[in-house]
Design a protein. Structure first.
Length: 419
């Protein structure tokens, strides 16, 4: 099997021979055309004299550590093509995303499988299929020794070192240029299947330019979840600033209002206004209201997404309301009761709904003690209440006692971590 493998470091500098076995130059780079075949090395760029020539994959008779033998000498001068992914220029030493390992890695080398095509009316030729990218010590050893020792010696010396590589199909290339992303057929669809926390970890390892490139192509809901998981508020703001206002607005709209307000609060006022102006009226209004509160107050911490029902509601009404609020289900643990003026009148833990009769009044299942805070309550006092009463949710009311929002234990954990 080893004889059927070739490394990029070995390919670079390989002599290329014409039909008469005369050397016409050496390989300087190799390229894939992802739109045609994302695995096949489609072109070899050969340096000969003052110009580079292009060798197509179907013009190659054989490939070995001794060189490349051509079966066709009809070569053309190399001209840069934006549809080409050049392996030395665009991949070697670059950061890429390992989708399976959920991490950012640096490419030290590339492993190819040597394949041969024979018969079926196609001219016999030999071509390279990209198998994996190499990221470990073994590939570093190859690069350090390349040119100093024969390739076969290097292969023998590296045997004790365990390989460390990533399959090509799970590699995700980051390309900042949106036009080139299209031409190279680069998609970040595989990233959208990751847990938002894993995606946030990856984003935090990338350069600012690459972060923007990732978020520009992600589904807005996925991007919103990932942005919420990015721990550094300044980095969150930088990501939004790197995007077009329309895309930034789409992402902010998908975030919880309190998280959206926190992120926009980190931006310059002009940048924040530009994004708000692109948002739909309802989410924009919610976020603007939250931005009016001090960051360290209950109003600055609260989330305006909650489930509230009138005091006359039944358990069946509550269950129906919960079913229609499935987008809140992940963080929902309490249903609130309000009177005819919108004033907070009670709180019902979700667990009590499962043991209550559907036709009974919801207020009969309400907690005995109702604890709430004013929108102006300070952060330290809120933390004390969560600790003292082991709260999961704390309702926030205005001066008239009307329910304005809720603070969750997750919000408090975030506050404590930031301290």
């Amino acid at each position: 099997m080893a004889d059927q493998l070739l490394f990029l470091t070995e390919l670079m500098g390989l002599p290329v021979y014409d039909l008469r076995k005369r050397r016409i130059g050496r390989v300087r780079d190799a390229a894939i055309v992802p739109l045609a075949d994302p695995f096949r090395v489609d072109r070899f760029l050969v340096g000969g004299g003052w110009a580079w020539l292009t060798v197509r994959y179907d013009q190659v008779e054989s490939i070995s550590l001794e060189g490349i033998q051509l079966s066709d000498e009809n070569l053309t001068p190399y001209h840069d093509d934006e549809y080409l992914l050049r392996l030395v220029r665009d991949l070697l030493d670059q950061q890429i995303i390992d989708v399976d390992g959920r991490k950012v890695v640096r490419v030290n080398d590339v492993t190819f499988e040597i394949r041969q095509e024979r018969g079926n009316g196609v001219r016999p030729h030999t071509w390279l299929r990209v198998l994996e990218v190499d990221i470990g010590v073994r590939s570093i050893v190859r690069r350090l020794l390349q040119g100093l020792l024969p390739a076969r010696w290097i292969r023998w010396l590296q045997q004790p070192v365990p390989p460390n590589s990533i399959r090509w199909e799970v590699c995700n290339i980051v390309e900042p240029d949106p036009q080139r992303r299209v031409r190279l057929n680069i998609s970040h669809a595989s990233l959208e299947e990751m847990h938002p926390a894993d995606l946030a970890d990856i984003v935090e390892e990338l350069s600012p330019e690459d972060r923007g490139a990732i978020f520009q192509t992600l589904d807005s809901e996925v991007a919103a979840d990932a942005l919420s998981e990015v721990e550094d508020p300044k980095m969150q703001a930088q990501i939004l600033e790197s995007l077009e206002p329309e895309k930034a607005a789409e992402i902010v709209e998908e975030m919880a209002p309190d998280e959206a307000a926190d992120v926009l609060g980190e931006l310059e006022e002009a940048a924040s206004e530009e994004i708000l102006d692109e948002m739909d009226e309802a989410p924009e209004s919610e976020v603007r209201e939250l931005l009016e509160f001090r960051e360290d107050s209950a109003g600055g911490l609260m989330n305006t997404e909650f489930v509230a029902l009138p005091v006359s509601a039944t358990v069946a009404d509550a269950i129906a309301a919960l079913r229609s609020a499935d987008d809140l289900a992940e963080n929902l643990n309490t249903v609130f009761l309000t009177d005819e003026h919108g004033r907070l009148a009670g709180a019902v833990p979700l667990g009590r709904l499962f043991v209550a009769r559907e036709n009974s009044l919801l207020r009969e299942a309400a907690a005995d003690t109702l604890i709430s805070v004013s929108v102006h309550e300070r952060q330290d006092r809120i933390t004390e209440l969560f600790d003292k009463y082991n709260l999961l949710t704390l309702p926030v009311v205005d001066e008239e006692g009307r329910l304005q929002g809720v603070i969750t234990a997750d919000d408090i954990i975030t506050v404590l971590r930031e301290k």
